[in-house]
Each structure stands twice: as structure tokens, then as C-alpha cells.
Write a protein that binds this ligand. Structure first.
Ligand code: G
Ligand code: G
Ligand code: MN
Ligand code: NA
Length: 262
């Protein structure tokens, strides 16, 4: 596959870049941070989304250096935001969410790489949230969970991404070192209809109650309308992300959005 063989050189040439999508607190609409989403500016094909190349990078192992690069860039970006919005009027320091692929979880350097990046950049661990998909942790044994637990003990947040799409045993949540559930977009989509499906409402209500009883925050993805945001706020969700607030974009956009709040 042509894209696969081009990946290592693309990383060396700096063809990857990161867009940021704001995370907004549902209670008051303030920007709390952003999720980093990697893209590839391919010299022939133009901008390629992660769905086009992350699976290839996972297959070849390039995901480890690529993921490390994404983490370092994102944490550097978070430091810049925090320097600009850390004043007394700010709603609180901005945070950064970074996706981890299952291959990175299995890589023995994950904890040390993360510690090194945080130290080099001088960013506090609690500014960082690592997103791991529910499916990556299904059936995870203690060896796989150990690095995540160490990161969590340092103060890094771990989010369970795409929650609700896998088959995880809800009781299993207690065993995982996670502090955030990211509810999959499919739940948000079911809030689009009015009135929303009462069964879906009950499911979200139940997930939020369970999450909060376990001290987990709930983030919802794929919010496209104000009506959805309001419904999810009433259901008790904490944070939201989606096109209603902003599409993924360049880092300067977060400055503008966060400044409007301040
Ligand atoms: O918005 P977008 O189409 O860019 O995101 C598609 C998917 O790609 C997301 O669900 C996200 O989990 C994944 N993704 C985006 N950036 C990264 C990254 O840096 N690393 C990994 N492993 N996955 C990513
Ligand atoms: O990590 P994750 O797979 O959840 O990445 C988020 C994905 O969802 C990205 O592909 C992003 O572009 C996409 N996305 C973000 N906000 C919205 C939204 O409001 N609606 C839809 N349909 N997709 C979204
Ligand atoms: Mn994600
Ligand atoms: Na997701």
C-alpha cells in the first residue's frame, strides 16, 4: 500500500498536523480544553483524516513515534494556551485530550515518554487527558492496565472513548483507572428527535448516574444542535464536544473561543 510505505518519511518531513476541537462545560458553556485530532497533509492527496492512516500506522508500528509526536505537540500547545489564559479572569486552565491507540498502550515506553514530555514542557499532569477506546480495554488484563494506572496516579486523566459502543461490563468500570466517560456520538444523535426516544433518555440518565456514583465525569460527543446540548445538560452530562460549538480547527481558534468566555 502506497500510503503505508510513505508514512515514515511523512513523519520526518513534518506532513502531519493537529486540529483541536473544543470541549465545553455544559453548565455554563465555557471552553475547558480541546481534543487533539491528527491529520496528514499528503503532497498528492491533500488532507487525509486519521481514519485513512491511523490503521496503517498501527499495522506497521509507526503509531508509536507518530503518537509520541502528537502527544508532544499537543502538550506544547496546551502550555501555550495556559500561558495565555492562566490569568485571574480565566475560567480555569485549559486542558488537552489526546487519543491513544491500543498499540501505544502495549508499548513499554508509554509512561516514561509521557513523563518526559510533561517535564520538558513544564505542563502539569492534570492538564492532560488520554483517551482510550472502550474496545481497547475490554478484557484488558492487569499488565495492560498497569501503565494507565501509573499515569492516573500521577494525575493524568484517562477517558474511556466511544463509551457505549463496546460490550464492557458496567461493573468492570470500577477496575479501570478511568476518570472520564466519553459517551459515543450515537447517544447524542438519538437526542436529535423531539421528543427524544424515552428509552434512550433513560439509558443516558442511567449511565450518568452510574458514572457520577463512581466519581467519573461524563463528556458527550457529536453535539450538533443547541437542543441536544440542553437535553444532555438536563440529563446531567458534564462536558460536550461537537459541531454546535466548533469543528476541529487550528489552535488559534481555541484562543478566540476561550477569550470570549473570559
Ligand atoms: O475527527 P476525526 O475524523 O479526525 O477523528 C477520527 C478518529 O481518529 C477519532 O475517533 C480519533 O479517535 C482518531 N484519532 C484522531 N487523532 C488521533 C491520534 O492522534 N491518535 C490516535 N490513535 N487516534 C486518533
Ligand atoms: O476520538 P473520536 O473518534 O471520538 O473523534 C471524534 C470524531 O468525531 C472526529 O472524526 C470528529 O471530526 C467527529 N466529530 C466531532 N464533532 C462531531 C459532530 O458534532 N458531529 C459529527 N457527526 N461528527 C463529529
Ligand atoms: Mn477521542
Ligand atoms: Na470518540
Amino acid at each position: 500500500h502506497g500510503l503505508t510505505t510513505a508514512l515514515p518519511a511523512a513523519l520526518e518531513r513534518g506532513e502531519f498536523f493537529i486540529e483541536y476541537q473544543p470541549l465545553v462545560r455544559l453548565g455554563d458553556g465555557t471552553v475547558r480544553g480541546a481534543e487533539a485530532l491528527v491529520r496528514w497533509l499528503h503532497p498528492q492527496h491533500g488532507v487525509l483524516g486519521p481514519d485513512r492512516f491511523i490503521p496503517l500506522a498501527e499495522h506497521t508500528g509507526l503509531i508509536v513515534p507518530l503518537g509520541r509526536w502528537v502527544l508532544e505537540q499537543s502538550v506544547r500547545q496546551a502550555r501555550e494556551w495556559r500561558e495565555r489564559h492562566g490569568g485571574p479572569d480565566a475560567a480555569g486552565p485549559l486542558r488537552i485530550n489526546v487519543n491513544l491507540s491500543p498499540c501505544q498502550l502495549n508499548h513499554p515506553g508509554l509512561v516514561q515518554d509521557t513523563v518526559d514530555i510533561l517535564e520538558r514542557t513544564g505542563v502539569a499532569p492534570d492538564a492532560l487527558c488520554l483517551e482510550v477506546t472502550e474496545s481497547a480495554l475490554i478484557g484488558a488484563d492487569d499488565d495492560l492496565l498497569k501503565p494507565l494506572r501509573r499515569l492516573a496516579d500521577m494525575g493524568v486523566d484517562i477517558a474511556l472513548d466511544d463509551f457505549g459502543t463496546g460490550y464492557s461490563n458496567l461493573a468492570n468500570l470500577r477496575r479501570l483507572p478511568v476518570s472520564v466517560l466519553k459517551l459515543d456520538r450515537s447517544f447524542t444523535q438519538s437526542m436529535q428527535r423531539f421528543p427524544a426516544d424515552p428509552v434512550d433518555l433513560k439509558i443516558v440518565e442511567g449511565i450518568v448516574a452510574l458514572a457520577h456514583s463512581l466519581d467519573l465525569a461524563v463528556t458527550v460527543e457529536g453535539v450538533e444542535t443547541g437542543a441536544q446540548a440542553e437535553q444532555l445538560r438536563i440529563l446531567g452530562c458534564d462536558t460536550a464536544q461537537g459541531w454546535y460549538y466548533a469543528r476541529p480547527g487550528p489552535p488559534e481558534r481555541l484562543h478566540q473561543l476561550a477569550l470570549v468566555d473570559a
